[in-house]
Design a protein around this ligand. Structure first.
Ligand code: COI
Length: 353
């Protein structure tokens, strides 16, 4: 892999006008499309990350004994870049992803890039892949930072070397339903997280652990799986890939963060937007969910996805007659208008490139 752009500055890349990649921008889903460049930075255990560089996108070499391959010592992040009508590029709260990666790295015994290193690397990777950022209104560039134990280990121990990588891919809607409501099934036998475990950090194993239930749900026509807490099997946790909110009357509630739920950045942003409208962060029971007026999910990939139905122990509850509820619609609109730069960012959440 050849390093590139080592001496190019961000402002060189910013001012460069590039032609859009030649792909079908009207039919983007959430599938991987290789782009031009990726970011790579390494460090040894006990040292800080340094000498990060952009490289041509391509496969990476790992020892078969790498910590990430053998013992799952790995984390990932997800954030998006949007192209505005005026051609400028917006990132949404990238420093929040950097901070979350640092917390996760501490739990997984890994060193992590500083917030500044993380954000600078994200900016450089986005600008190097500018031609892959969808035109305004057609989608976004999904940014996937990875942190992994890349050094070789055999006995169980933290790896001696770590790699921070960022790759990007243009995306549209996450669920095949598009912007239409999704249909969830509650899983009561398998669990995604346990108290004291790693459910609250974005470690790669959390996502492998939900594939079995997700595949079974998809085979039955559901969009995804909603998990309950593993102790009482009664409190809502999260969906495989996103957080959940319920609306009853004028109150919007979401399960509180207590180590088993991923602290989503979209979740946090929606809470900040909804705070003035009657909001609660608390334990939410499955009975309350089934009795709710409206349900929606939040996440970087899923944005704000309305839930059309929930199936629990063979019974199906429909929300808003299977259509989009007013609260989800309003929050989706507030959030995406901010992310796309269509309104003034009074929250100071967006970073313009
Ligand atoms: C995201 O929303 O960015 C995530 O990391 C979820 C992933 C399963 C796509």
């Amino acid at each position: 892999i050849t390093p590139v752009f080592c001496n190019a500055t961000l402002s060189d890349a910013r001012s460069e006008t590039v032609e859009l990649a030649n792909i079908d921008w009207d039919n983007l889903g959430f599938a991987f499309l290789p782009t031009d460049y990726m970011y790579n930075m390494k460090c040894s255990q006990g040292e800080g990350f340094s000498n990060g560089e952009l490289q041509r996108f391509g496969n990476i070499e790992l020892s078969p004994s790498a910590g990430v391959l053998n013992y799952g010592q790995g984390l990932f992040e997800g954030l998006k870049a949007y192209r505005k009508e005026d051609g400028n590029i917006l990132l949404f709260r990238p420093e929040e992803n950097a901070l979350r990666m640092r917390l996760g790295a501490e739990r997984m015994c890994m060193p992590s890039p500083t917030v500044e290193q993380f954000v600078d690397a994200v900016k450089a990777t986005v600008l190097a892949n500018k031609r892959w950022i969808p035109p305004a209104g057609k989608g976004s560039l999904y940014i996937r930072p990875l942190l992994m134990g890349s050094g070789a280990v055999l006995g169980l121990a933290p790896a001696p070397e770590y790699t921070f990588l960022i790759y990007v891919s243009p995306v549209g809607n996450y669920f095949k339903e598009g912007v239409a409501p999704i249909h969830l099934i509650i899983e009561h036998d398998l669990h995604r997280a346990t108290p004291g475990g790693t459910g609250g950090v974005k470690t790669i194993g959390n996502y492998a652990a939900v594939l079995k239930a997700q595949s079974a749900a998809k085979e039955q026509g559901y969009s995804d799986v909603l998990y309950l807490d593993c102790v009482h099997k009664k409190y809502l946790e999260e969906v495989s890939s996103c957080n959940i909110f319920v609306v009853k009357g004028k109150v919007i509630s979401t399960p509180e963060i207590k180590g088993t739920i991923l602290p989503g950045i979209t979740r946090k942003s929606i809470i900040d937007v909804a705070r003035s409208q009657g909001f609660q962060e608390r334990l939410v029971t499955v009975d309350e969910l089934l009795d709710a007026d409206e349900v929606f999910c939040t996440g970087t990939a899923v944005v704000v996805s309305p839930v059309g139905s929930i199936t629990y122990r063979g019974e199906r509850v429909l929300y808003n007659k299977g259509g989009v509820g007013a609260v989800s619609q309003q929050l989706y609109s507030v959030l995406t208008r901010l992310q796309m730069g269509l309104v003034k960012d009074n929250m100071n959440w967006t970073v313009e490139l």
